[in-house]
Design a protein around this ligand. Sequence first.
Ligand SMILES: [Zn+2]
Length: 319
Amino acid sequence: MRWCRRAFPRGERLSLSVVDTLGIDIGGTKIAVARVSGEGQVLTSVSAPTPADDPAALLQVVADLVANLTAPDVAPTVGVACAAFMNETRDRVYLAPNIAWKDYPLLDELEAVLERPVVIENDANAAGVAEFEHGAGRGARSMVMLTIGTGVGGAVISEGILLTGGFGVGAELGHVIVEPNGRLCGCGSQGCLEQYASGTALVREAAQLLGRPVEPDELRELLASGAPQAREALVSVARHIGRALVTLVAVLDPDVIVLGGGVSDAGAALITPLHEEFARHYGPYSERPVPRIVTASMGNTAGVVGAATLARLTQGEAS
Ligand SMILES: [Zn+2]
């Protein structure tokens, strides 16, 4: 049984949880490495740009960053979060949208260059683990997380088990269909949530309502000042998420739903219409318990903290 299939320890802490672990977040533009405490706090961190088109150079950057933070009192196993589709045993990358990995043996390559045990997880899942163990999902039994950034990512932890799926690519919640015959998605399907509820979709919707192009920074200002077209675009995003959540809740029955990513910074302006839409569709079953809908609390450290948490869990399992 692999760590990604096992239940997270609840209540009792693992014997090695006091030992700090290293978490690595390999994104399309930046690689970050952090030393993380057993409580999920980032103690120190370093980062460098990602050599996205050169896998060998990328490994060297990771090795150099890790060397900076290696210390005798840090657990040997390191956790890695990466923006990639990975196989079910978490040793190979099928492909990565922004990094030149294709059917790439990432686990072997990293273990060779770092000379220590490595555990790898998809970055959205790692962020979910961080929120579940240390952030907005703390204390929950089952959690659904939507990360609403440039695209829409997802993570599902059901009864303490991270859902990775039969082929390793489960919980791609951005590709739940919310509009039959809707907009064409990068995945090849039509009407995916990502096409209506990502940061990209928000900008597109706002531009349409304003009748002119708009940059993300300007849109943020327009939202802050309460400009009606910007608000309307955000409400459209919220409604699509609310509707998708009704479907996700029907399948997964989470006790908490966590919204992360840049768009969730809108806070109540997003959550209020989202709640309304959710309640409108969820209404007929109003006797059922309703999950809490909250915004993520780990910010952009979620990747490194989640990776470090998985390293800590693996370390505990091996002991
Ligand atoms: Zn899609």
